[in-house]
Write a protein that binds this ligand. Structure first.
Ligand SMILES: NC(=O)c1ccc[n+]([C@@H]2O[C@H](COP(=O)([O-])OP(=O)(O)OC[C@H]3O[C@@H](n4cnc5c(N)ncnc54)[C@H](O)[C@@H]3O)[C@@H](O)[C@H]2O)c1
Length: 362
């Protein structure tokens, strides 16, 4: 088992990583408080892994709350169902929530933990690659609103994150690949040697070779933890984690969140941002192609079809909550492994980069 400490000014917490950690009863018990326990999961993950977690908790007073699967259920109503459950079980301030599932379960359960009695203890057991390398670490919790994703939320750090990489065995390939987009992002913005390692090990990653997958989760968590530790509430450097996300969110919004998984949209968005960086001469020619090659090898898209109109994307881009009025604030690259926050791109250059991300007709 490996562990990474997420060091924050207010508190610190461990992220444990290994195969078979759902059965590591001592680990779960160590990080739970004395009060009641509510496990929140969904109707896909619970049949697969809930019994193992329950068994590890032994004779504790445990309740479960199963939410429906899907981004359309990441709502205030679902959040409210968790609060009702806590009230119904007469949970007090010493109660614990365990989130067992992907990023959606983690975000909603975390937001319930942030709000119930102004904050109760919360453990993350992420079961998708995206949640293991990204969503479970850093304390962002949220639900969606009709007018936008993650519009209602809070920062609430978990007491611990327990990553059992063997849960990835049941994850569909498309979901696994989507998680890899965020993995590549850490290399692109912060860690050139990790990026090179990903290039060399792409074959073993695709085969989900155990040591290789554990290594890439470990490196990703270290990268995220390093950035979050410096800027817990995203007032500066943490914004680098949004590399590819402005263009990616525009793609997701313009296709009504139905065509791309988040990681797929981010993959196209990262390459668009790298192309813009080249157009602006912020990085050397060939950087975007190197990024696109790795993402393609890992099974991710790097262009989108022409029926998604650039005019719609620019409208969505300007509405993205990361945009500021004085000019579009984007994360660009100075090199692989070195990102920069920049608001100096002209509309002409942004459009040119976006046009290069449209696939040519067959
Ligand atoms: N809080 C953050 O910092 C942060 C960061 C990135 C993304 N997010 C949020 O995370 C969400 C996306 O997370 P996600 O990609 O994990 O999606 P998800 O939670 O929808 O999981 C993807 C799919 O895989 C299923 N699944 C989960 N674990 C499985 C397993 N082990 N085996 C088989 N199937 C499994 C889920 O039921 C779902 O159908 C979005 O709502 C996004 O906004 C949050």
């Amino acid at each position: 088992m490996i562990s990474v400490e997420v060091k924050l000014a207010s508190n610190s917490y461990p992220v444990y990583l290994g195969s078979g950690l759902l059965a590591a009863d001592e680990l779960l018990k160590r990080h739970l408080g004395g009060g009641k326990i509510l496990i929140v999961s969904n109707d896909i993950v619970a049949p697969l892994y809930l019994d193992q977690v329950r068994a590890s908790l032994g004779k504790r007073d445990i309740e479960t709350h199963i939410i429906p699967d899907g981004e359309c259920f990441k709502t205030v109503e679902t959040w409210s169902g968790i609060i009702d459950k806590l009230v119904g079980m007469q949970a007090r301030r010493d109660a614990n929530i365990i989130a067992l599932g992907g990023g959606i379960v983690g975000d909603i359960a975390g937001f319930a933990a942030a709000c119930y009695m102004r904050g109760i203890r919360f453990l993350q057991i992420p079961t998708t690659l995206l949640a293991q390398v990204d969503a479970s670490v850093g304390g962002k919790t949220a639900v969606n609103h009709d007018k936008g994703k993650n519009l209602v939320g809070a920062f609430h750090q978990p007491a611990a994150v327990i990553i059992d990489s063997s849960t990835l065995a049941s994850l569909p390939e498309r979901e696994f690949n989507a998680g890899l987009a965020e993995v590549v992002k850490y290399g692109a913005i912060n860690d050139a040697s990790f990026f090179s390692w990903l290039e060399v090990n792409a074959g073993a990653i695709k085969r989900r070779q155990e040591d290789t997958v554990n290594h890439l989760i470990h490196e990703s968590v270290k990268n995220k933890s390093e950035i979050v530790s410096q800027d817990e509430k995203e007032s500066g450097i943490r914004a680098l984690l949004n590399f590819g996300h402005s263009f990616g969110h525009a793609l997701e919004a313009e296709s009504n969140y139905s065509r791309f998984l988040h990681g797929e949209a981010v993959a196209i968005g990262m390459v668009t941002a790298a192309r813009l960086s080249e157009i602006r001469e912020l990085c050397e020619a060939g950087t975007a192609q190197r990024l696109a090659s790795l993402l393609t090898t890992l099974g991710l898209p790097v262009r989108h079809a022409a029926d998604i109109r650039i005019s719609g994307l620019t409208r969505a881009l300007a509405l993205d909550k990361k945009a500021v009025v004085s000019g579009l604030r984007l994360v660009l690259l100075n090199a692989i492994g070195r990102a920069v926050i920049d608001n100096q791109s002209s509309e002409h250059d942004i459009l040119a980069a976006m046009e290069q991300s449209v696939a040519s007709p067959d």
